[in-house]
Design a protein around this ligand. Structure first.
Ligand code: SF4
Length: 119
């Protein structure tokens, strides 16, 4: 399997070619070790920080931006979005406040990305 991706670790955006043959991953085009690590993860188990919004009751804004505390496997992102569709929080909310503990994967939290005052 050969795949061309853009490294998203930093703004340089290197074009990286990943080749997987007999379980061995080789990477070309990366300019640094971070890009190598990203490409290997991308080839074997791609992960992403999930960011979205959920409704907030009695807040100065109607939707609270949230994110996961750690990257989630890309294969569970759809399931994650379905679960978050039923989440609503009550203001006030502090930046970094834990909204959900152990979200799909142990030790991954859903946290508030900003403060919301109660009105
Ligand atoms: S390979 Fe390194 S320099 Fe290139 S985009 Fe990735 S992190 Fe940035």
């Amino acid at each position: 399997m050969k795949k061309k991706i853009i490294c998203i670790v930093c703004p340089v955006g290197c074009e990286v070619v990943i080749t997987v043959e007999k379980g061995e991953v080789s990477v070309k085009g990366n300019k640094c070790e971070k890009g190598l690590k990203f490409a290997k993860t991308e080839a074997l188990n791609p992960v992403r920080i999930l960011t979205t919004t959920v409704p907030v009751k009695n807040g100065e804004i109607k939707f609270l931006p949230i994110k996961t505390s750690k990257p989630l496997p890309r294969k569970v992102l759809m399931e994650a979005m379905k679960k978050l569709a039923y989440v609503e929080v009550e203001a006030p909310v502090k930046t970094g406040q834990v909204i959900i503990k152990d979200f799909l994967v142990e030790n991954v939290k859903v946290v508030a990305s900003r403060r919301v005052k109660r009105v």
